[in-house]
Every structure is written in C-alpha cells, then in structure tokens.
Design a protein around this ligand. Structure first.
Ligand SMILES: Cc1cc2nc3c(=O)[nH]c(=O)nc-3n(C[C@H](O)[C@H](O)[C@H](O)COP(=O)(O)OP(=O)(O)OC[C@H]3O[C@@H](n4cnc5c(N)ncnc54)[C@H](O)[C@@H]3O)c2cc1C
Length: 506
C-alpha cells in the first residue's frame, strides 16, 4: 500500500482543532510543529524531563570551566536525501550546518592468536554498511588479507540469479545472507559486522537489506556484483561526506523545533506519560499519568515502537493480532569521556573506530568509539574552552556498549552494566583503541543509556509496520510516526513524518 495515500477520505480541514502528540522526540516535535503551523492547538506530551528523545542534549561538567554541552544520542544526519537539510533551512539554521573533518574512520579487528587485543585498520574509503565498493583499494587488502580478498573477488564474476529471483519474488534478503553469498565470510565478519553492530546495534543475519540499504539489492542484480553496486550507489551520492551536523550538535535541531512549536502557539509538557488511548465520539481521549485525560480531534503517536504498540494494539484488536510487537532490543549505553591528552591531538584513529564483534569483550568491550573533537571542529573549539584555547589538548571521546546480538548471559559490558564499571571500561578501552594511555587524563565522564530507541529492522518488523500503517489508514484523526515505522535515521524519520502529517492535515 502506498503510505502516502489514505484509504478513507481525509477529514475536512479543521483549523483550530486540538491535537495531542504523544512523544517529544524529533518525530513528535516535527509533527507538533507542522500541526501548530497548520492552525491546530497542539500539546506534545513527553514522559521524560527533557524534549528531544534520541536527539537531546547532555552536559559534561568540567572542574575548570563551564559544562560542555554535547549530543546525548544522534550526532549527525545523512545528506543522501534533502529531507533534514530542508528542515534545517526552514528552521533558520542553515548557517550552522557543519561537515565532519575528512580524516576517515577505522576498524578494530580481531588479532591473530596471541598477538594482542586486536588490530586497528583503516575502514574502506568507498563503502556502504562496511561493504567495500573497491576491491582494489589498499585498505581493503590490508583488512582482509589475501585469502579473504580472493574470495571477495568472486563477486565480480559469479552469477546473480539467486538475488534476481529474490528481487522478482520479494523473498527476504538479510545483509548477512547477501554479503556472505557475494563477498564471503571474511568481508562479512571483518568489514560489515562491525558497522552493522555499531550503527544498527544488530546482527547482519537478522538485518533486512532492503530496509537499511534501499535499492542495493536491485543494483546488485543490475551491475552483476555487490561491490560494483556499492560503488555505483556511492558515485550517485552527493560528493563529500555522507553526513552533516549542526554547530552545537544535533540537539540544536530539536531545540529549534520545540521553539518553533511554542512560537506557533503549541505547548510541550515534559514529565507526562500517555498511558492509554480511546475513541470518543469523532475524536480521541488520551489518558496520562499526570493531570486529567486530554481530548483531541487529532492524535499522533510519536513514541518508540514498544510504547506505541502498547497504545495502539488495544484499539486495533484483530487488525494487529497477527503482527509482532516491536522488540525492545538489548539497549545501548554511551560513555562520554573528556580527557586532556596531547597524544590524541593528531587524531590517531581519524574520526573513530567500529569494533568487530569478533574481538573478545575481555580485550575491548566497546562496540564503537567516536573521537568527537577530531570529527567536529565546533566540538574541538568548545572543548578547548573558546578562541583563547585554555585547554589545547582537551578531547571528547564517546564509546558505545551493547549489541542486540549479545546473549543475555554475555560477559560483554552493555546497557545493564553499572556506571562505575562502564566508566572504568571506557577509559581502558579508549586507551587500547586509540593507542594513547588515558589513565590519569580524564577530566569528566558520563553515561547515557538507550533502551527501546533503536528499532529492529528485521523482516518480521517490516510486516508489523505494514499492518500498523494499513490499519491507521482507516482511522481518521489518528496517526503514528517515528523511527520504528520510518526506519532508523533522521533523514528517514523527517521525510516520513512530514508525509504522514501533511496527508490528512489542513
Ligand atoms: C545513541 C543513538 C545514536 C544515534 N545516532 C544517530 C545519528 O547520528 N544520525 C541519525 O540520523 N540517527 C541516529 N540515531 C537514530 C535517531 O536519533 C532516532 O532514530 C530518532 O531520533 C528517533 O526519533 P523518534 O522521534 O522516532 O523517537 P525518540 O527519539 O525515541 O522519541 C520518542 C519520545 O517519546 C517519549 N515517550 C515514550 N513513551 C511515551 C509515552 N507513553 N508518553 C509520552 N512520551 C513518551 C520518549 O521519552 C522519547 O522522548 C541514533 C539513535 C541513538 C539511540
């Protein structure tokens, strides 16, 4: 079904009608802003104390100056589509757009037996999800070694019938199955698994290729090779980095959306959780854990997947009974470390590294490290303390812990690991990963935990999304937006939210 086309007639434009948006992340704030600008009286309910969801700010207190304000979650947006950039322009933030420093990124791979905790290698320069687009590149040869590289080269000549049939028949295609078949286990384990784990907190064998790399399966069939398909997709993308951000961080985007919403007469109520949703007459009633239920002509559910499911499924009844409730996921913990370390000035690992799941947790527990002050010039200036640079060697590193593929009894540190243990691990891991001893150099550190925020892009999840959207198309005045429906990433969420909210609005 075309998500942009309602199956029932849209309600008549109803300027001045009340609208309640449940969830104050980027999708909820954007939905609220759009509805307020269209004349609705909008209330956004946010259960935590701060709007922004995964795009909220976090403060790192420092002993020798003001706190450093950083991104708690998302730190960049994809530029392969104009969706976020257009929103940024509309919010008057065009002058704040920044690109990452072009220093490249690295991978941390398992070491041969007895040869230390692992080895850092440069990531493929031309790649998508870690899938290399150039099998002649020296960094690909270094990461793979001769045997795995030979196997990968078979992709350039092996027939593509199996995937042509999958394209024609709509058969499931996971990232793991496609990469292993075309390029071999070496590429899957060394180049792709670290990226999939770091970016999607997922196992390649459960990650749906069509969701995370739209068009890649078709391009593989067209070009007769997965590597050539990646190269073609990268060549078609705008030149330069694939991502951008805003000076001050992506949290300035949600702050601007909240400000725009208020300027258009809307309200954000933090610390209020929606607990149930009911039809009442031609409208809706939202029960909350705060003061009294709220009546509204329009309701937009903009929470994470599990919370949205719990609000919508009781209303939908049999329409969703065959579909899967979105999985909670294992959750991730992000540790931010602020350190004074001259050894990091040369950015020894570029903008950061992704760690292969094959590296034993006892050697390195983190799944990724971002060298925030090497990646973003604005963060480097802020950490240095301003134009006079009183702290010239101050760096910010962000390490992430927890993979969806971790077994419940895994010894790997993750979402449930206590703060003190995570902070100690982060300093040890950062020292191994960067090759710079950071013990004694830490000036501030903090932990942020995410649980249901990363939707599972499994094939079962796609079916659930189809069922929810199909049912919502028949519910005038009710809609749902957010990452669990649109796919992870601000570009997908912004485009999808605007399409849905514009659909039946005035
Ligand atoms: C650590 C991390 C890093 C990321 N990095 C990037 C990145 O660099 N680039 C990128 O494009 N994407 C990134 N993402 C993904 C992206 O940030 C998210 O997909 C996106 O921000 C999700 O927005 P959302 O509005 O759908 O949901 P959320 O941000 O999860 O917002 C939902 C909100 O609903 C609230 N809520 C839940 N239940 C209720 C209830 N019952 N009542 C009221 N409120 C409720 C929650 O508190 C939350 O604030 C990252 C995600 C995470 C977790």
């Amino acid at each position: 079904m075309d998500p942009a086309r309602p199956v029932v007639p849209a309600p008549a434009p109803d300027a001045g009608a009340t609208a309640v948006v449940i969830g104050g992340g980027v999708s909820g704030l954007l939905a609220g802003w759009e509805l307020a600008r269209a004349g609705h009286r909008v209330t956004v309910l946010e259960s935590t104390g701060v709007p922004g969801g995964c795009v909220a700010p976090v403060e790192a207190p420092l002993p020798d100056g003001p706190s450093l304000v950083l991104d708690a979650g998302a730190e960049s947006f994809a530029v392969r589509t104009p969706a976020v950039r257009e929103l940024v322009d509309e919010l008057g933030l065009s002058a704040a757009v920044v690109r990452p420093e072009p220093t490249g990124s690295w991978l941390f791979l398992p070491a041969p037996a007895g040869a230390g905790p692992g080895r850092a290698v440069r990531a493929p320069r031309v790649g998508l999800l870690g899938i290399p687009g150039d099998l002649d590149a020296p960094e690909v040869a270094e990461a793979l070694g001769p045997e795995a590289l030979d196997r990968a080269r078979r992709d350039l000549r092996a027939p593509v019938d199996r995937w042509a049939a999958a394209v024609a028949g709509g058969a499931p295609a996971t990232v793991g199955a496609v990469v292993a078949d075309r390029l071999g286990e070496g590429v899957l384990q060394r180049l792709v698994a670290p990226v999939v784990a770091g970016v999607h907190s997922a196992d390649p064998d459960t990650l749906d290729l069509r969701t995370v790399a739209p068009g890649l399966l078709e391009a593989l069939v067209e070009h007769g090779s997965l590597a050539r398909a990646v190269a073609a997709q990268r060549a078609a993308a705008p030149p330069g980095a694939l991502v951008a951000s805003l000076r001050g961080g992506m949290n300035t985007l949600t702050a601007a959306l909240a400000a725009g919403l208020r300027a258009a007469g809307g309200t954000v109520r933090t610390g209020v959780r929606a607990t149930a949703l009911e039809r009442s007459g031609t409208g809706w009633t939202v029960a909350t854990d705060g003061p009294g239920p709220l009546a509204a002509a329009r309701v937009v559910v903009a929470t994470d997947g599990p919370a949205a499911w719990d609000l919508l499924a009781p209303l939908a009844g049999p329409a969703l009974s065959g579909a899967e409730r979105p999985a909670e996921g294992a959750g991730v913990a992000l540790v931010t470390v602020v350190a004074d370390a001259a050894g990091l000035d040369a950015a020894p690992r570029g903008t950061g590294l992704l760690v292969s799941p094959g590296v034993p947790p006892a050697a390195v527990g983190a799944k990724a490290l971002t060298h925030v002050t090497a990646k973003w010039a604005w963060a480097r200036e802020a950490a240095a303390g301003g134009p006079d640079r009183p702290h010239p060697h101050r760096h910010v590193l962000r390490l992430s812990y927890g993979r969806n593929s971790d077994a419940p009894d895994s010894t790997a540190p993750g979402h449930r690991t206590p703060d003190a243990e995570l902070l100690a691990r982060a300093v040890a891991d950062a020292s191994v990963l960067t090759g710079v001893d950071l013990s004694g150099a830490v000036r501030s550190s903090l932990v942020v935990r995410w649980r249901s925020a990363l939707p599972a892009a499994t094939t079962g999840h796609r079916a659930a999304v189809g069922a929810v959207r199909g049912w919502l198309d028949g519910q005038p005045g009710l809609d749902a937006v957010g990452a669990w429906l649109a796919g992870t990433g601000l570009a997908a969420i912004v485009a999808d939210t605007r399409r849905r909210i514009g659909r039946t609005g005035p």
